[in-house]
Design a protein around this ligand. Structure first.
Ligand code: GAP
Length: 463
């Protein structure tokens, strides 16, 4: 993980948040390479799950929703973590993480999911678990705190103006359900996909971008009639789609993935089945993507709190009912951490990110062999400008070619294109008008005619 964290900073993927002010825990900034990679993952998710499916539509709802939304959804009462504070150094930590990490260092796997504050206090006390920061044993009693960020709208008195930054994108989908039915020709079963920022007041140190205060969620609510569709079949279909996305689209190794089903104490009371697709992060197998069969709970809750009828009428039979939903919910930032970790490759002295070319921040990097030879630079600039119309491409004219390869390898650029003396007709005459294209993974080089570069790259990247 340390290697990825330092590579991320060195090469402009991810920077610590608010660094010039000493940092802000669990917040990060996505640099020039990182924003491209994150956007490519988002685009792939949108392409695979929204644009290329005829049973899906998209949505972009608000970050600030009516505050009743979060009472109806159960987040005001239920999106809570149990926390303890060290009286000696005042660091705060999630009680469940404190306990689970303590047992993990002893080689034991313990889950305290569903335990009360008193029970957690007891486990911490009985095992005399010390503060991981200052090594003292002087904890406050465990208390619950809500993860929703509160803010205020307008100038009305405080209590009436209180709103929340959304803790998940999913609720926006339920609020828009009626408008989607009324404005489109969708018929059950169909899903609504949404991509956007969610916010949670996470206090535990987040393992890089795995757990952050704000994160990009990609969620789907898949609505269906449980009397017509077998939920288990739909559920298994989503499991296969999620797994396929991670392995085939994002290129992650299947051996680093596993499914974990939630037990009764962990699963929400309205859910019939919940499973997490987990990835083998350096800190253990952890949740990447959740899949939950949520029945008709959410739509019914919003009907109750809003007084608006959110039922669906089957156009063929006239049957009126509240649809059920299956919800695949993932964080793009977690996907990005996984993609970088999985692509990180050391080969002797060489370090490279073996990213799927379509995910790479830059599809190609263009180099003039020498920065002080105007003919080489001008032609390389022209090629760079022409390729920019098709792909995201990088430019580098500093140092020797070896150093430039080294930098692009760490960024994961699949192709490096060099304009050399042959290109401009001052070398081997038969190579005039061609450039050297070097492959990131094999290190092999081939000569490609300048006019063929867009087709050549397109074929290699989007095959
Ligand atoms: N609507 C269901 C829901 O939000 P969740 O398991 O709380 O379920 C879904 O979140 C996904 O969002 C997680 O599997 C994870 O990928 C991502 N996620 C949740 N909290 C996160 C955080 N603090 N930082 C980064 N990603 C997070």
């Amino acid at each position: 993980m340390e290697k990825i964290v330092s590579l991320s900073k060195r090469r402009g993927f991810v920077f610590p948040g608010s660094e010039i002010y000493g940092g802000l825990a669990n917040s990060y900034e996505y640099g020039p390479a990182g924003v491209e990679l994150k956007r490519n993952i988002q685009d792939e998710w949108w392409r695979v799950f929204v644009r290329e499916r005829s049973d899906m539509v998209g949505l972009d709802s608000s970050i600030i929703l009516h505050p009743k939304t979060w009472e109806a959804s159960g987040h005001v009462a239920g999106l809570v973590d149990a926390m303890v504070e060290c009286r000696a150094c005042h660091s705060r930590t999630r009680a469940d993480h404190l306990i689970e990490n303590y047992f993990e260092t002893k080689g034991e796997k313990v889950s305290v999911e569903g335990k009360s504050e008193a029970e957690l206090d007891e486990v911490i006390g009985q095992n005399k678990i010390k503060c991981p920061t200052c090594r003292k044993f002087d904890w406050t009693p465990v208390r619950k705190f809500n993860l929703l960020f509160e803010t205020h709208v307008g100038i009305v008195p405080e209590a009436q103006s209180k709103v929340y930054l959304r803790g998940e994108t999913a609720q926006g989908i339920f609020l828009a359900f009626k408008n989607i039915l009324d404005s489109t020709r969708v018929r059950l079963p169909f899903g609504v996909g949404q991509l956007g920022k969610s916010f949670r007041n996470e206090i535990t140190k987040g393992n890089f971008i795995f757990r952050t205060l704000e994160f990009e969620q990609a969620e789907i609510e898949y609505f269906f009639d449980p009397e017509i569709n077998d939920w288990k079949e739909l559920y298994d279909g989503w499991k296969a789609a999620m797994h396929g996305f991670i392995t085939a689209t994002l290129g992650v190794k299947a051996e680093n993935l596993r499914w974990r089903e939630h037990g009764d104490e962990e699963r929400s009371f309205y859910s019939k089945r919940t499973e997490d697709l987990e990835y083998n992060f350096p800190f253990g197998f952890k949740e990447l993507w959740g899949l939950a069969y949520r029945t008709d709970y959410d739509l019914k809750q919003h009907m109750k709190f809003s007084g608006v009828d959110l039922s669906y009428t089957d156009p063929a039979t006239g049957k009126k009912f509240v649809p059920h939903v299956i919800e695949p919910a993932v964080g793009i930032n977690r996907l990005m951490a996984m993609v970088m970790l999985d692509a990180y490759t050391e080969d002797g002295d060489r370090v490279y990110l073996k990213l799927k070319p379509r995910l790479a921040p830059y599809k190609a990097a263009i180099f003039p062999l020498l920065a002080n030879k105007p003919q080489l630079v001008e032609l390389a600039r022209k090629i760079h400008g022409d390729l920019q119309k098709h792909f995201s491409v990088a430019w580098d004219d500093r140092g020797n070619i070896g150093k430039r390869y080294y930098a692009q390898d760490e960024i994961g650029t699949p192709f490096c294109i060099t304009v050399d003396f042959d290109t401009i007709g001052e070398g081997d005459e038969k190579n005039k008008g061609t450039v050297t294209v070097r492959d990131r993974d094999t290190g092999t080089q081939e000569r490609v005619a300048i006019e063929n570069l867009p087709t050549f790259l397109h074929g290699k990247i989007y095959n």
